[in-house]
Write a protein that binds this ligand. Structure first.
Ligand SMILES: Cc1cc2nc3c(=O)[nH]c(=O)nc-3n(C[C@H](O)[C@H](O)[C@H](O)COP(=O)(O)O)c2cc1C
Length: 401
């Protein structure tokens, strides 16, 4: 067991611990209101035995985490805490969260944080429960309670319910909803309505569960959870073998993070052509060479093969719309994009992170692509902006935790 600490919203220290090997796929456990991370003891054990890396934290105002003196226990604070924790993790975990933790996880992932998790497991987290925070049990031992009663402010239903409900609609990762005893506080209709909002959800019921399913029926809950994880977020990395599905190969290649470029030239009529390409590679300094791979099916290929000169425009973080535009067919790409002719006539996109003006050096066959090698004649770059990145089929930004 390793103690862990994350920095939450407004600097709140969120304490927890981690179990198992960091090389295994991570699972982040978030307890519910009026609980502490201790509710996961048995579940954490089962997960580690099944080859998962477990990280569990105490929510603010609970257990060893900060009990903010300024009473910041609004729902917002819980959501921001979770988003901050996820951003600080080394790889995308499956988030397993109960009641209040589940609402906060749903909001954190649905509102711009979708890429921060690989899956979501919710326990008793129907947002419109008929909930009376004042009736919460105290699970503290000795003199000090294990949670600050002020946390109940987060249960303000006018604020939290609509927010959680609409966030659910934006969650694309696989979701498992586990209904235990606490869900009895909401009717079947509320539960169904909530589940209907997710794109990709499974449902399980654990009957005879007490207040905390994960603690009181840990055997049944762990079995349900592990079955979901094995099917939806498998422990063993997918493998491509020659001749097997191209999708797996694509996914494997997508593990190599790249920038994004737009490759441009003038066609025989002097009209600009260009397409989005992330297959850009620097090749040689002396002579100065670079390459891009153009699909044989690309409409721009004929013009790029024929052009004596071309340009590679490296996009910055603000140019995602440009990348989309130059990847979509049937769009008038250049009328909507500021550009100018370079010294060799190839179109240079205004404001790009870098422009490389090239003379065609060689064309090679590259299977279903043509490898276009250019000799760099001029290059200019913008030293201060961040690049647009592409990784595992999605746009990304540089981020340093
Ligand atoms: C991030 C990203 C990277 C891409 N990289 C390449 C690439 O390296 N080579 C390629 O031929 N197409 C690539 N494409 C696809 C083309 O941009 C897309 O098929 C485009 O519509 C081709 O335009 P065209 O048919 O008018 O030439 C990429 C698309 C995206 C979104």
């Amino acid at each position: 067991m390793q103690p862990v600490s994350f920095k939450g919203f407004a600097g709140a220290a969120l304490k927890g611990d981690a179990f198992g090997s960091p090389d295994d796929p991570p699972v982040l456990l978030i307890h519910g209101g009026a609980q502490t991370r201790a509710v996961w003891n048995d579940v954490a054990d089962a997960l580690v035995k099944a080859g998962r890396h477990v990280i569990r934290i105490d929510l603010r105002g609970h257990g060893e985490s900060d009990w903010p003196a300024d009473g910041r226990y609004e729902f917002d604070a819980y959501v921001e805490d979770l988003r901050a924790v996820l951003a600080q993790m080394a790889s995308r975990p499956v988030v397993v969260a109960a009641s209040l933790g589940g609402w906060a996880a749903t909001a954190a992932l649905g509102e711009e944080g979708a890429h921060l998790a690989a899956g979501l497991v919710l326990i008793d987290a129907v947002p419109d429960m008929d909930f009376d925070a004042a009736c919460l049990p105290s699970v503290g031992d000795g003199d000090r309670p294990s949670f600050d009663p002020g946390f109940a402010k987060a249960f303000d239903p006018d604020k939290a319910v609509p927010r959680v409900a609409s966030a659910a609609e934006h969650i694309k990762v696989p979701v498992l909803f586990v209904r235990g005893a606490e869900s009895e506080l909401s009717g079947a209709d509320e539960t169904n309505r909530f589940l209907g909002r997710f794109e990709n959800v499974e449902y399980a019921e654990i009957r005879e569960a007490g207040q905390m399913v994960a603690a009181e029926r840990a055997d049944m809950f762990s079995a349900t959870l592990l079955d979901f994880l094995e099917r939806k977020v498998p422990r063993f990395a997918p493998e491509y073998r020659q001749g097997s599905d191209a999708r797996t190969l694509r996914d494997a290649l997508g593990c190599f993070a790249t920038g994004v470029t737009v490759v441009t030239a003038l066609d025989a009529e002097g009209q600009p052509v260009g397409l989005t390409a992330n297959s850009f590679t620097s090749v040689s300094l002396d002579p100065p060479l670079l390459l891009v791979c153009i699909a044989k099916t690309a409409g721009s290929l004929a013009a790029l093969e024929a052009a004596e000169n071309f340009a590679v425009n490296v996009l910055h973080i603000g140019q995602q719309p440009t990348s989309n535009l130059f990847a979509k067919s049937g769009e008038d790409r250049f009328s909507e994009t500021p550009w100018r002719r370079g010294h060799n006539d190839a179109p240079l996109l205004t404001g790009a992170l870098a422009n490389f003006e090239c003379k065609r050096h060689a064309l090679h066959d590259g299977g279903d692509h043509v490898i276009l090698v250019g000799e760099v004649v001029r290059a200019r770059f913008e030293p201060r902006r961040d690049p647009l990145l592409y990784f595992r089929g999605k746009y990304r930004r540089l981020h340093f935790a």
